[in-house]
Structures are given as structure tokens and as C-alpha cells.
Design a protein around this ligand. Structure first.
Ligand code: GLN
Ligand code: ZN
Length: 772
């Protein structure tokens, strides 16, 4: 039995890589310094895993920016537009960063490659670009260099590469229409070249990541897998290939997956425990099975008894020699080390006994092997007992289990997810209560979070600014925002969200059942890291969270001020979620907490309330067959949060992603009175889905792109609004930007919104002209 790891976090325990990259980009440190930091992080990671007793340690899991981009460089998939940089003699590292971030210097303006979410994680990868008849050449020696580096340190290293088929399937065809899989035969020779170099350097095991094997595949994809792995096996009969699948089970591709000619197959047994049995039934005689039993996606401590059950089951069937133990996937998706959390809040003190970060997960893998093979008995048995105790305590802890919350949810009624009357009825009452213009104008919620605002918050947190002084400053900022919105003539105002650090953290900090770490950073993309809250227990709302700021803002003006909340699905999606009950249940708990907040806002005179759900779509399961179930509970959670109010209270929601077609039915089922969506970048094309579906409620299609500093003219916005009006009745339309403005500066925000109000006014005139 052997232990191995699929990948370790690489941003550095104290985000050293983030800082080094950003300093390098801004010219503060040299390239040599940056590469030095990188080397140091690698060597620390390797040493730590070796000392912990991992038998096979991943190399090339490190990346300066992204492992898929690394792969693109290794195989020379460099889009033509970057050739100009090569001609200028740019260094390989700078070319790499240019591909990730674009290049605007020396009279050149080369756009970056696209970035997208890595499966259902919050990590983003750089999407390979493929062109018809493209050729590949080995362009970077990264994996070989890092292998040599590890070997020189005496690390039992296992190079990791993204497998050729997943690499192609993760990319995007550009230009002429062709099938990227056609490129496999020209791509494979480069893989063979890399594998050969690794073998020559003495590599014994090589891990090829093929997560696509767990996804919905077409026939031709299966054929591609069979072809690629046959070629690899035929060329390197001696090289031990470990084929890694993760994020899903492989049952639906079982035949293809288990029969690929590889030495070992890795399964994500955290995501799909049930696949073990079926895979073992069908596994060819000599294949080793790698059991991903330690959760690489979440921060909970492993349940040793449960994992040992799986390990023993495998050992019995396959024999000790054909079993590997590992995390379920790369540990990239969890924070570095729980031991860093020294100055904990009181909550974390109690909660930490249930947690394990990357460093602890490595120990868990090793301990599981010791337990399974019964070595070091005495000490290891003690670890098992401590583990059982922690697992038991989690089941009954009063910190986690709040009987009031559980009772409330048990007593919940189906009506809780229903507004009192259908939209047609509400619409009339809202028109009466709100008395809005046609083409009403509003914004998505946040206004610029300036340096000053962020500084006040930092100082307040550190105790350098008293709560009173801080509140005073935020009040002034809010008042300024209200005055300015009145002046420019917006119809539904917002308070600006100046008091909020982040749209999830702000609520998590006030809800029970959440804890926050200090150093729990996880890479999101490039040098960007996020620190997700941990939902460890039953969620409840001890007191109102936003009423103070909403009513303060409303007290300043006769215009309507919109209350601003984050929805239950988004709060869930951007947190580490407890794994001792279904996600749907946790989401429902959050939904009831938000529902209470909505009622409080209503009771305090707020007539328009927005519940943001930008993460609804990214929660979609990886396999289509699981979509319906997810959408059912997600939509229902939103409805629970939104349905406690009277008909005349107007509920808005906001989503910002670009694909609505395939879930439009569910978006409609959310039954928000108004939805604002991102459409400006697609020139309103996204509205077609709403028009085709005959979406019944009101819609605010974003009329300008807040992600760009460019300010469109009011004519451009009018053009977009006319387009919108050509597919949807004017009475259904709102006028707003496509997302919150917190990342923008005040100057551009003022100008853009002024023009937006002009555009709305223009539209109103147009409508009254045609009416005459
Ligand atoms: N209300 C939030 C804001 O304006 C919405 C942010 C989002 O969609 N991600 O910032
Ligand atoms: Zn948005």
C-alpha cells in the first residue's frame, strides 16, 4: 500500500507567491527574485510532504499562475497574437504572464487568453485556444526541470500533467469550425516527448489528470481516451501511469475509464463513494486503485473509521499491493495549514477540532495507511481514538446543532416558498405603492469602495478607529451617495454598501453557524485568493443585519431606497459548507435567516428589496442528470427567502453570468418581481432567452458593462434599450448597469449613471411620442 498526493496549494503559506507575482508585475522585484520565491515554495511543500511520510509526492503541481496555462506552454499552444512578443525577445516568463493577463506595453496591445471556472470549484483556469490544423511543439521544459529539482532534493517525485484528452476538451476552438479532438494526433507526440524526457530523468510514476473522465462524454470523447492511452502505453510499456479522475464518479464512463491501459486509476471517493464497488467489479487484474478518501475540496477532518471501511473493502478485493491512499483531488482547493490560525476567535477554538487544511490532510493520508497496515500501532491507535472522539463530538455539539433552527425547518410549510399572490396581482399593487416611471432606473447595489472606505474598515478592525468614528464616516459616505443619486435623477436608490467588506462575509459574520479564518486563503485565479467562510453549524440570525443602514439611507430621502441582501444560494456557494447534512438543508437554513431579514426590512418601511443570487448558476452540478434536483432546491431556497412579504413589496434579484438559456425556466420559477442581469457585453442577445420563454416578470438588462472603465454614450445605451424593447414590452423593462459598481472609481460611475438616466429619459420620450 502506498500513499500519494495529487497536488499541494502553491500560493505559499503566507501568500508569498501572490506577493512576489504582484511585486514582479509592478516592477518592484526582479524575475530572479520571483523565481526564487517559487522555488522556495516548491521545496517547502515537498519537504513537508516527505517528512509527513507521503510515498509519492507530486511535482509540476506548482504553477506561477495556472496549471492549464503551464500545459499550453509545454505543448506550444501559443496563440498567434503573442508571436509579436516573441519577436521582441520577451522572456518565457513574461510571455507566460502576457498570455494570462494580456500585454499593453511598447506600443503593443495583446489581449489575454480567456479564463473560466475549473469544473465546479472557485478556481479559474486559462482556457487553451485551438485553431484548425494547429501543430504543437514542446516549448517549455517545466515539468522536467521541476522533476530534476525535486530529485536533487531526494524527493520521491511523481510528475503531474493534465492528460491529453482533458487538456483538449478543456480548450476552445477558435476560427473555423472544426473539432478540437482532431488535434489529438498532433498533440500526442509532444506528450510522448515529455514523458520520454521524464523517463530518462528517472521518473517511475507519472500522474495524468483526466477529470473529464467523470463528466458527460460523447462517444468520440471515449474513443479519444482509448486512442491516447493506447499510444502512450505502446510507447512506454515500462512507465507507470496513474490516471487521476476527480470531482465526479466514473460509473457513467465505466467501460472506457477502467479499461484504459494504465497502472493505476484514481477515484474521487468523497464525491462519489458508491463508485468503488462497481469500479472494483470491473477493474482489470493488474490495475492499482488509488482511493481518494481525504476530501480535497473541503476543510473537514476525515472520518477515519469511514475511510478505513473503504480502504479495507479495497484491500480485501484487490490485495494490499494494489491499493493507494490519497486525497480526493489536488489540495489546491483548501487552505494551507490550520496551525497558522493562532489568534483565533472563540468560535474557531471549538470548531478547529473538526477541521483539517492541506497540511493536516497530508497527515490524515499517512495515518490512514498506518491504520490500514497496522504499523506504529500504539500511537496510531491513539490518533484513531482522538479522531473518533472528534467525529462523535461533531454529531452532538450544541455549537453545531441548534434545536430551534431544526424545529423551525421541520415545521416549515410549502407555502413558505410562495408569495401570497401571483405576479399579475402583485404587479398592480406594486405599481400603486411605488408609483414608478416607465423604464425605471436603478443600480445593482454597491458604489465605489474607495481606498478611503477600505482604509477606514481596516483601521476599525485593528481598533485604530472607534466604532462610532467608523460608523460616522460610513454614514457620511452613504449620505453623499444618496444625495448624488437624487441629483442625477435615479428612481430607485441604493445605500451603496460602503459598510460591507464582501457580499458573503458581511452576512456570514452576523449569522450564527459561520466561522472565519485569518489565513484560510485559497487561490481563485493567478495571484487572486479568496478566504471563504466556514459554515459549520445550523444557521440562524441573532438580530437584524442590514436594517440599520437601509433605514438610515431611507430616512435621508423621499425616493425609494432598495434594501440589499445576498441570497441563500450565493452564501452557500461561496463558503466551505458543512458535510454532515445535505447542502440543500444548509441552504434552506440560510434561506429562513434571510427571510427574516427581508421581513424586518419590510417592517421598517423598505418597499423594494433585492436578494442577489450571482452564484446560482455556478452551483450547477457537473453532470446534467443532477441539474434538476439542484435547481429545485436552489430555487426553492430563494423563494423561501423572498416570500415572507406583502404583495406590494417588490422583490428584486440580480445575477451576473452570461448563460440563461438552459435554466430560464428555473429563473422564472424564482418569481422575483424584477431581475437584473448582465447583457451589455452580449448586446442584449441574452434577452432572447427571456423573450422566447415569455418571461412574465420585470427585467433590468444591464445597459453598460461595469467591468470596463470605458463609459458608453447615452446613445449607445438607447440603442441597447431599443433592442430590448423590440423583444420585450417596455412595461417589463428596467434600466440599470450590469453589476455592482464597487470596483469602479467615482468619476466614471457618476458620468456613466448620468448618461444612463439620460438614456432612460430618452426612451420615455420615445414611448410617449409613439403613443401619441
Ligand atoms: N449587490 C452586489 C453589488 O452591487 C452584487 C454583486 C454581484 O453581483 N456579484 O456589489
Ligand atoms: Zn453582478
Amino acid at each position: 500500500m502506498q500513499t500519494h498526493n495529487l497536488g499541494y496549494p502553491r500560493i505559499g503559506a503566507h501568500r508569498e507567491l501572490k506577493k512576489a507575482c504582484e511585486n514582479y508585475w509592478s516592477g518592484k522585484i526582479s524575475q530572479a527574485d520571483l523565481l526564487d520565491t517559487a522555488r522556495q515554495i516548491r521545496s517547502e511543500n515537498w519537504k513537508l510532504q516527505k517528512e509527513s511520510g507521503i510515498d509519492l509526492i507530486p511535482v509540476n503541481d506548482f504553477s506561477l499562475y495556472d496549471q492549464v496555462l503551464d500545459m499550453s506552454l509545454m505543448v506550444g499552444a501559443i496563440p498567434k497574437r503573442f508571436q509579436a512578443l516573441l519577436k521582441q525577445g520577451i522572456s518565457p516568463t513574461d510571455l507566460y504572464f502576457a498570455m494570462a493577463r494580456g500585454y499593453q506595453k511598447d506600443g503593443l496591445d495583446v489581449v489575454a487568453m480567456e479564463m473560466t471556472k475549473w469544473f465546479d470549484t472557485n478556481y479559474h483556469y486559462i482556457v487553451p485556444e485551438f485553431y484548425e490544423n494547429q501543430t504543437f511543439t514542446k516549448t517549455s521544459n517545466k515539468v522536467v526541470e521541476e522533476y530534476k529539482e525535486a530529485k536533487a532534493m531526494g524527493i520521491p517525485a511523481k510528475p503531474v500533467l493534465i492528460g491529453p484528452v482533458s487538456y483538449l476538451l478543456l480548450g476552445k476552438e477558435k476560427g473555423a469550425s472544426f473539432d478540437k479532438l482532431e488535434l489529438l494526433s498532433s498533440l500526442l507526440p509532444v506528450y510522448l516527448e515529455i514523458l520520454k524526457a521524464l523517463q530518462q530523468e528517472g521518473a517511475n510514476w507519472v500522474q495524468l489528470d483526466e477529470p473529464l473522465l467523470g463528466m458527460d462524454l460523447q462517444d468520440k470523447d471515449n474513443r479519444a481516451f482509448e486512442y491516447a492511452y493506447k499510444v502512450i502505453r505502446d510507447t512506454f510499456p515500462e512507465l507507470k501511469i496513474l490516471l487521476a479522475t476527480y470531482f465526479e464518479g466514473i460509473q457513467h464512463n465505466l467501460k472506457t475509464a477502467v479499461n484504459l491501459p494504465v497502472c493505476a486509476l484514481h477515484l474521487d471517493l468523497v464525491r462519489r463513494t458508491q463508485q468503488l464497488e462497481e469500479v472494483m467489479e470491473n477493474l482489470p487484474e493488474k490495475t492499482t486503485l488509488s482511493l481518494g478518501v481525504v476530501d480535497g475540496r473541503n476543510i473537514w477532518r476525515n472520518d477515519y473509521e469511514q475511510s478505513l471501511g473503504l480502504i479495507n473493502q479495497a484491500v480485501q478485493k484487490l490485495g494490499d499491493g494494489r491499493v493507494f491512499i490519497a486525497p480526493s483531488c489536488s489540495l489546491l482547493h483548501v487552505p494551507y495549514d490550520l496551525a497558522l490560525e493562532k489568534d483565533q476567535s472563540a468560535d474557531l477554538t471549538e470548531v478547529r477540532q473538526w477541521l483539517a487544511f492541506a497540511r493536516q490532510k497530508i497527515d490524515e493520508v499517512v495515518t490512514l495507511k498506518q491504520l490500514a497496515t497496522k504499523v506504529g500501532t500504539e500511537e496510531v491507535e491513539a490518533k484513531l481514538r482522538a479522531n473518533q472522539k472528534a467525529v462523535e463530538s461533531r454529531k452532538v455539539s450544541e455549537l453545531i446543532h441548534n434545536s430551534k433552527v431544526k424545529e423551525r425547518l421541520k415545521a416549515a410549510l410549502t407555502e413558505d416558498a410562495e408569495r401570497r399572490n401571483p405576479f399579475a396581482v402583485r404587479k398592480v399593487k406594486q405599481a400603486e405603492a411605488l408609483n414608478l416611471n416607465i423604464y425605471p432606473t436603478t443600480t445593482i447595489g454597491s458604489f465605489p469602495q474607495t481606498k478611503e472606505v477600505r482604509r477606514w474598515r481596516r483601521q476599525h478592525k485593528k481598533g485604530e478607529l472607534s466604532a462610532d468614528a467608523y460608523n460616522q464616516l460610513i454614514e457620511e459616505e452613504t449620505e453623499k451617495a444618496i444625495r448624488w443619486q437624487e441629483e442625477v435623477g435615479l428612481d430607485v436608490l441604493v445605500h451603496g454598501e460602503f459598510e460591507r467588506n464582501d457580499m458573503v462575509e458581511y452576512f456570514g459574520e452576523q449569522l450564527e453557524g459561520f466561522v472565519f479564518t485569518r489565513y484560510g486563503w485559497v487561490q481563485s485565479y493567478g495571484s487572486r485568493c479568496v478566504k471563504p467562510p466556514i459554515i459549520f453549524g445550523d444557521v440562524s440570525r441573532p438580530e437584524a443585519m442590514t436594517v440599520k443602514w437601509a433605514t438610515f439611507a431611507q430616512s435621508l430621502t423621499d425616493k425609494l431606497v432598495k434594501g440589499m441582501l445576498t441570497g441563500p444560494v450565493t452564501i452557500l456557494q461561496w463558503s466551505f459548507v458543512r458535510n454532515d447534512q445535505p447542502r440543500a438543508e444548509t441552504c434552506r437554513q440560510i434561506a429562513y435567516a434571510i427571510r427574516d431579514e427581508v421581513s424586518d426590512l419590510e417592517n421598517h418601511g423598505i418597499k423594494v428589496i433585492q436578494i442577489d443570487e450571482p452564484a446560482l448558476r455556478e452551483g450547477l452540478p457537473l453532470l446534467r442528470k443532477h441539474w434538476e434536483h439542484y435547481l429545485d432546491w436552489a430555487v426553492s431556497a430563494f423563494r423561501v427567502s423572498a416570500s415572507g412579504v406583502q404583495d406590494k413589496t417588490q422583490i428584486h434579484t440580480h445575477m451576473c453570468y452570461s448563460e440563461f438559456n438552459d435554466i430560464i425556466r428555473h429563473i422564472a420559477a424564482m418569481d422575483a418581481d424584477v431581475i437584473s442581469i448582465e447583457t451589455s457585453r452580449s448586446q442584449m442577445e441574452l434577452l432572447d432567452a427571456f423573450a422566447d420563454f415569455q418571461y412574465p416578470n420585470e427585467i433590468g438588462p444591464g445597459v453598460y458593462d461595469i467591468h470596463s472603465p470605458r463609459i458608453p454614450t447615452s446613445e449607445e445605451m438607447i440603442t441597447l434599450l431599443r433592442k430590448a424593447t423590440s423583444v420585450l414590452p417596455a412595461e417589463q423593462l428596467w434600466v440599470n448597469p450590469d453589476c455592482g459598481l464597487k470596483t469602479r472609481g467615482w468619476q466614471e460611475t457618476r458620468e456613466a449613471l448620468k448618461r444612463m438616466v439620460e438614456a432612460a429619459t430618452g426612451m420615455r420620450e420615445l414611448v410617449s411620442d409613439t403613443a401619441l
